[in-house]
Design a protein. Structure first.
Ligand code: DP6
Length: 324
């Protein structure tokens, strides 16, 4: 029926990180960011607006959720209802497709799929730009998952001009990302809380705003020119600059565990041995290794020996959000 829609959105990995909000309510970031949408990790979400219910119901991987997680989805659905001028409760059913034992489910694919499914189910016909603006309201990184391949989220200054778009000049066509999962204890601090603390307390935050802007300009040149070495180096450097904002916060914190550090060392060892690879890390202990297609199997095998089979997944560029 036409009050129901199903969408699929893929996760993305940021090469130039988003870390800090200028406006927490509207999720306007301090800096622009750049990502690659990935093929094998994605979320499928069905939304139905139903006059029989008086409360939103939200199911993730077959389990009904409640509390803070439910509230975040409910608040997002209310943004959609306000846009569409409807007052119906929604039934949301979402499934994350992530390889076994990964712990790599992401709010980016979740809110990109939810934005697409909910807006269509509510009768809205949004452009990709407006869909990106809407997804941003659920989770900042979700605005980038509307598009496939290399994507830039231009920070903008307001709700109207803060959205993502695909890069127009791409000369880099054989990048692969090897996702490595570490022993994941509970997240010490969510990305949302972590970035807020960095903004509020790291003395280096003002410098991050300047440096991230240059990293973004430089990586776009490298992507346009197909310069993998420059692309990988800038990605790794920018990730470490982001993590410096956790170590320099008060109270300080880190997303690294001992396995994270071991993997970082292994990447550097491989590089010194002439096998080119770089790492990037988000708000958790898992590492993503950036490689070229020709080296992907060899490097993945090295990490399989270190970590075991089901903790290594090789990913390619993936598509933008689409309806099912
Ligand atoms: C380290 O998009 O999860 O992955 O906007 O508060 O939902 P909220 O944050 P979120 O933060 C992502 C942080 C990051 C870097 C990135 O994806 O750019």
């Amino acid at each position: 029926s036409n009050n129901s829609a199903k969408a699929q959105a893929h996760t993305n990995i940021a090469l130039i990180k988003y870390w800090g909000k200028k406006d927490e309510q509207l999720i306007i970031p301090y800096t622009s960011s750049l990502s690659l949408t990935l093929d094998r990790f994605y979320t499928q979400t069905t939304v139905r607006f139903n006059s029989d219910n008086d409360r939103d119901s939200v199911q993730i991987n077959g389990q009904f959720i409640s509390g803070k997680a439910w509230q975040r989805v409910h608040d997002f659905l209310t943004i959609v209802r306000d846009l569409a001028g409807i007052h119906l409760a929604a039934e949301v059913s979402s499934t994350n497709f992530v390889p076994t034992a990964a712990g790599l489910a992401s709010s980016a694919s979740a809110f990109a799929a939810l934005a697409a499914a909910a807006s269509k189910a509510a009768g809205l016909k949004l452009s990709k730009t407006d869909l990106s603006r809407l997804a941003r309201r659920g989770s900042g990184s979700a605005c980038r998952s509307i598009f496939g391949g290399f994507v830039e989220w231009q920070r903008g200054t307001s709700d109207a001009d803060s959205y993502a778009q695909p890069l127009s000049q791409v000369g880099l066509n054989d990048v692969k990302v090897i996702a490595l999962t570490t022993e994941s204890g509970p997240k010490p601090i969510s990305s949302r809380q972590g970035m807020n603390r960095s903004v509020a307390t790291s003395p280096y935050y003002p410098t991050w705003i300047k440096v991230a802007q240059h990293d973004l300009i430089d990586i776009k040149v490298a992507i346009a020119a197909g310069d993998f070495t420059k692309f990988g180096s800038i990605s790794e450097l920018n990730a470490m600059r982001m993590h410096a904002l956790t170590l320099s916060a008060d109270p300080d914190f880190t997303y690294f565990n001992s396995e994270t550090l071991a993997i970082m060392n292994e990447v550097k060892r491989l590089r010194h041995a002439g096998i080119e690879c770089y790492y990037t890390i988000d708000a958790g202990p898992n590492v993503k290794v950036i490689v070229q297609s020709a080296n992907a199997t060899k490097i993945a095998d090295t990490f399989t020996k270190l970590l075991g089979q089901n903790r290594v997944t090789t990913l390619s560029a993936g598509p933008g959000v689409h309806y099912l």
